[in-house]
Write a protein that binds this ligand. Structure first.
Ligand code: ADP
Ligand code: ZN
Length: 637
């Protein structure tokens, strides 16, 4: 690969012993992940760095630990106030002196931050990018002890990324304005173009480029054609009853409809999209974060800033826009490292819908004289077809995702064990070759001038006026697949498009035509295998009674948490969070709760030994939790 890629070396042994001690005492973790160790080392050495890690990989620790060990303070740039708020609250719960400066604060709050900066107690200061670059601001911060800069969600600086933000472009001035301040950039977006662009745009010098493993082993991926969407989504929700999840839809109207349908089935859910008022959106987000709401049905407007770490499932009710987006959106599941499920339901119409949308905005951009509009269009279309191939194909999902991001995925002969393909939930279709030949020759018989539904109707021998009108009821391919369902034939056509044997015409009418390889498949020169989902195995034995919370998750070491105790502790956590006005997962995350419910500590030391319990929380929350655990043990003895 010709990108500035340099894989992390295992350097945990060399990491400053002070860093490890701090991670133990403040954060309650017994070790650093290898990539974190390397990043922290770079930070402590005052080196520029680009750190690429998947969501949930633990990026925050990479700048928080050096910030605490270095003199002075670190400025953290983040694109969203909600993201900053979350981190600042989380850090303050750990006893770390973190502050933020945002447009949402009143004069009094800002003065208090100024005071803290003046007395030198601040270690991390979160700031929005547009504020940092205002006149004189940086110089003043430096007088107050600013010694390094961390940029979160750094891909927002890149046009190549999927989340470009103009205010991030201003950060390009940083290096010139303050050449001696080390800059560390962090992102979960892994494509080589974006990486190179970040380094270039920020002017990083001799940067340590650390790229973590992109696989998320705790996520199980499933991808299925959409049939009865409400039922399909409801089944997923049922598998995780009482747990948090996000359902992504393409359009606002889809969000509204699905929210209504799921509510009617008794799901505690709410809608979220850009068409709702800011107050409504904030209310939904707050309810979700404070566990008053299980499921949010949303457009992709709901995303960044949703740091709830115990999201157990992410559903895509239609095709996302590209593999990066899919990876980012599904990445919001299972950030606590516990098992979570990502399910996508797609249809051919999604592909065409996106394609139109992308072409439309490219035409607008070109008309407005935007530079590179043509290249951007090609790029977006290529991403979309990659995703389409991924969705309709039947290769291990983990492997495909890793390879997309330029990494090698190692799995045992039995596969990854965490995707529909490797779990044998997709069945191979017998006679795939003959079916493909029938479909392709039908497209040819229709003179390559009709869309997928019409071709399907011809193949299934539909008795409609349109057939008679077009004379297609007299074609030799009429009724050739009449024993198969509409959805099966559509799904095979989708797979042929995904394999690029069939192509969809650009423009208003999505007519089908054969590619060069399509002609070869039709002639029987290329082998092909179609897949259909078998009734999801995940359903069996896992679904819960309506409304009842599902079991807590098995944690590492295979120790099963006591489900009842887990629920009791969740209640306690909720109550404490309410009292403090913070989201429950910032009290303790699910993983830590599950460990309590498994090990049932009875002493202060036992409590302190659980992963995720630092000094401050042990002191602060230990007595209440120990009491709850003791009460539970007494009641059950
Ligand atoms: P990212 O910003 O990369 O998405 P976070 O920094 O939010 O990830 O961390 C994800 C989760 O991993 C958090 O719940 C965090 O507490 C946990 N975590 C981070 N580092 C460690 C570690 N060394 N050991 C155990 N858990 C960790
Ligand atoms: Zn797999």
């Amino acid at each position: 690969m010709d990108s500035p890629l340099e894989l992390a070396t295992k350097s945990s042994q060399r990491t400053d012993a002070r860093a490890l001690e701090l991670v133990r005492s403040v954060f309650g973790f017994d070790r650093l992940r290898p990539m974190q160790a390397s990043a922290i080392e770079a930070g402590l050495a005052g080196r520029d760095a680009l750190v690429v890690m998947p969501t949930g990989g633990g990026k925050s620790l990479c700048f928080q630990v050096p910030a605490l060990l270095r003199d002075g303070f670190t400025v953290v740039i983040s694109p969203l106030i909600s993201l900053m708020q979350d981190q600042v609250i989380g850090l303050r719960e750990l006893g770390v002196e973190a502050r933020m400066l945002t447009s949402a604060q009143d004069a009094g709050e800002k003065r208090e931050v100024e005071r803290a900066l003046a007395d030198g107690s601040v270690k991390l200061l979160y700031v929005a990018p547009e504020r940092l670059m205002t006149d004189g601001f940086l110089a003043r911060l430096e007088e107050q002890g600013l010694t390094s800069i961390a940029i979160d969600e750094a891909h927002c600086i890149s046009h190549w990324g999927h989340d470009f933000r103009p205010e991030y472009r201003m950060l390009g001035e940083l290096r010139r304005a303050r050449p001696h301040l080390p800059i560390q950039a962090f992102t979960a977006t892994a494509t080589p173009e974006v990486r190179a662009d970040i380094i270039q745009a920020l002017g990083l010098k001799d940067a340590a480029v650390l790229v973590g493993g992109f696989d998320r082993p705790n996520l199980t991926y499933r991808i299925q054609p959409r049939r009865d969407l409400v039922r399909q989504v409801y089944e997923v929700i049922q598998r995780h009853a009482g747990r948090a999840g996000i359902v992504y839809c393409l359009r606002r109207s889809d969000v509204e409809k699905l929210t209504a349908d799921l509510s009617a089935l008794g799901v505690r859910c709410a809608a979220y999209h850009a068409g709702l008022s800011a107050a409504e959106r904030t209310r939904t987000q707050t309810k979700f974060l404070s566990e008053d709401l299980d499921v949010v049905v949303a457009t992709v407007a709901f995303g960044m800033g949703i740091d709830r770490s115990d999201v157990r499932f992410v559903v895509h009710a239609s095709l996302p826009k590209g593999v990066e987006q899919y990876s980012q959106e599904t990445g919001r599941a299972g950030r606590d490292g516990l098992p979570a499920e990502c399910v996508m339901f797609y249809g051919g119409a999604d592909f065409h819908g996106w394609k139109n949308l992308i072409e439309h905005s490219a035409r607008e951009a070109a008309a407005a004289g935007v530079e590179n509009a043509g290249a951007d269009l090609d790029n977006a279309l290529e991403r979309l077809s990659h995703l389409w191939g991924f969705a309709t194909g039947a290769r291990c999902r983990h492997k495909t995702l890793c390879e997309y991001f330029g990494q090698i995925f190692e799995s045992s002969a039995g596969g990854c064990g965490a995707c529909d393909v490797c779990l044998s939930e997709l069945a191979q279709v017998e006679d795939s070759k003959i079916i493909a030949q029938k479909i392709l020759s039908c497209v040819v018989r229709c003179e390559q001038r009709y869309g997928a539904q019409h071709v399907t109707d011809v193949l299934r021998g539909a008795d409609t006026a349109r057939m008679r009108q077009t004379g297609h009821d007299r074609l030799s391919t009429f009724g050739l697949l009449k024993e198969h369902s509409n959805h099966a034939v559509r799904s095979w056509i989708d797979q042929l498009i995904g394999l690029e044997h069939l192509r969809v015409a650009e423009g208003k009418y999505p007519t089908l035509f054969l590619s060069k390889s399509g002609v070869e498949v039709m002639r029987g020169e290329i082998a092909i295998t179609f897949f259909t989902p078998v009734e999801s195995k995940a359903k069996k034995g896992r679904s819960r009674e309506k409304g009842r919370a599902s079991e807590p998750l098995v944690i590492e070491g295979g120790i099963q948490p006591d489900p009842e105790l887990f629920e009791t502790l969740r209640e306690l956590r909720r109550a404490i969070a309410k009292e403090r006005g913070i989201p429950p997962y910032l009290v303790f995350n699910d993983r830590t709760l599950a460990l309590f419910a498994a090990h049932k500590p009875a002493s202060e030391e036992g409590f302190r030994a659980i992963k995720g319990v630092g000094d401050k929380k042990a002191q602060d929350l230990g007595p209440q939790f120990l009491e709850a655990i003791a009460n539970h043990l007494r009641a059950n003895s």
